[in-house]
Design a protein around this ligand. Sequence first.
Ligand SMILES: NC(=O)C1=CN([C@@H]2O[C@H](COP(=O)(O)OP(=O)(O)OC[C@H]3O[C@@H](n4cnc5c(N)ncnc54)[C@H](OP(=O)(O)O)[C@@H]3O)[C@@H](O)[C@H]2O)[C@@H](O)CC1
Ligand SMILES: Nc1ncnc2c1ncn2[C@@H]1O[C@H](COP(=O)(O)OP(=O)(O)O)[C@@H](O)[C@H]1O
Ligand SMILES: [K+]
Length: 506
Amino acid sequence: MKLFTTKQIAGIDKFTIENEPISDIDLMERAALQITHWLVKRFSTEQKMVFFAGPGNNGGDALAIACQLANLDFVCEVFLLDFGKELKGSPAVNWKRLEEQNKVKLVKFKDESGFPELGLTDVILDGMFGSGLSRPLEGFPAAIVEEINQLENTKVAIDIPSGLMGEDNSLNIPGNIIKADFTLTFQFPKISFLFPENETYTGKWEVLPIGLHPGGIEQTPSNTFFIEEEDVKKTIASRSKFAHKGNFGHALLIAGSFGKMGAAVLASRSCLRAGVGLLTTHIPRLGYSIIQTAVPEAMTSIDQHDAIFTEFPDLSAFSAIGVGPGIDKKRNSQKALCELLEKAKVPLVIDADGLNILSENSEWLQKLPGKSILTPHPGEFKRLVGNSSNSYERIQQQKEFAQKYHTIVILKGAYTVIATPNGQLFFNSTGNPGMATAGSGDTLTGILLGLLAQGISSEAAAIAGVYLHGLAGDLAAREKSEPALIAGDITDYLGKAFIELNKETN
Ligand SMILES: NC(=O)C1=CN([C@@H]2O[C@H](COP(=O)(O)OP(=O)(O)OC[C@H]3O[C@@H](n4cnc5c(N)ncnc54)[C@H](OP(=O)(O)O)[C@@H]3O)[C@@H](O)[C@H]2O)[C@@H](O)CC1
Ligand SMILES: Nc1ncnc2c1ncn2[C@@H]1O[C@H](COP(=O)(O)OP(=O)(O)O)[C@@H](O)[C@H]1O
Ligand SMILES: [K+]
């Protein structure tokens, strides 16, 4: 799914109005109805619905929802922020409809002294500002936000929590943004919802479709995407009846050191489960019996060193190479990595200490084979690329880095972001906090390596890899729970993730 800026979404709204065609007020009614349905399912008519409405269409939505809920026997009150200007367009029509309906208490207020007393079970609906917010909130609306944020009542934001920008909040005023429990957003996730620091504002968010015109969506360009099932299905081809293991590539994984052989085991197992034909795992001498026992399906290449990575086998047999999980950063390992970068002709997946070594030797980044994949978590990213003051700035740095070094950068997190050398960004939609557990990054490295080795392009492997990793984690969490989830479970549920992907195609 393409992701858009709030400005672009306003353009798609306009396209829909002109080309569906549908009137402004009817589109608003349709959008409002989606939220009304959601509210009716969640709350009872015992609870009063208290709306805070702003001067634009976000306020117009609030008025339309109040009108619809009142017709369904909900007690509603509307507090309209009065900036001394008459309402115009659809919000004005909806205000008039509410006056005629005569079921909803309507109050206009100009300053915080007009702030109402609320009952404990009242639900607050935030319809003050949405995608038309043009600057951080200050003065009267900011004071209302502050009052609302102090209340314990359940808060539901319409489209966007008031005060939050859809993309860049670098210059925003954190105290002047609504902290919602739920955000019901129209048609597309807003980009700022995907950043960890904004969870405090959005709460749990849901996308409600409002039937924006497919033509408008199609013709609006975007280089930012939200990865969905459809984007991954096409990458995972069904196997020919006559397929043999030679058809699915030969991966080389360089992982593990004395005390960290688990990383090699986890990554090897998930590489195999990702469908690779052959896997050779290169390990230090003392890891031999561990890997042979834990992953008998993998062949081994044994380093001359007992405890660390210092050399690698002839590379000609391998279709992709993964390096990093658990390798440590000793001087000889650094030298071996440098040599690997010089000799490798196939894309690499570099993770963990492989990245940390690169951070300490940034001139080696020039040696990266084209279309390699780097998989930093935020700490590794900071060491590799530098400091950033927020997530928006960080993804700009990520994009520049991917373009500069012709590499794919997977910045891991709750919404893992992939940056590609051609300037595109892909946010992952799968995964859960149960995956915040030791070794789950190693399983991702294995999956990426397994897909890459099968001849899947680096971009497609990155997109499919993070999606399948998250999906396997989601399926595992359903049965194991989030707290009890461990990295090996992600590998164990990879099979179910493939089946889930194939479900609707067959
Ligand atoms: N278009 C459609 O068909 C559909 C749109 N939909 C809905 O419309 C919403 C977008 O509506 P919108 O564009 O009217 O903007 P909105 O967020 O209500 O705010 C604009 C008003 O706020 C004002 N303002 C801005 N910043 C301010 C500040 N810091 N402090 C004070 N004032 C400030 C600004 O005034 P100005 O900047 O001109 O001073 C203007 O008056 C969208 O989120 C969704 O809910 C749905 O119904 C689906 C169909
Ligand atoms: N809250 C979360 N929601 C979804 N995925 C998560 C969450 N926390 C972590 N993950 C995923 O788990 C993996 C953790 O990787 P990493 O930090 O490298 O772990 P490790 O170093 O222990 O292997 C990443 O793929 C990340 O996207
Ligand atoms: K809002």
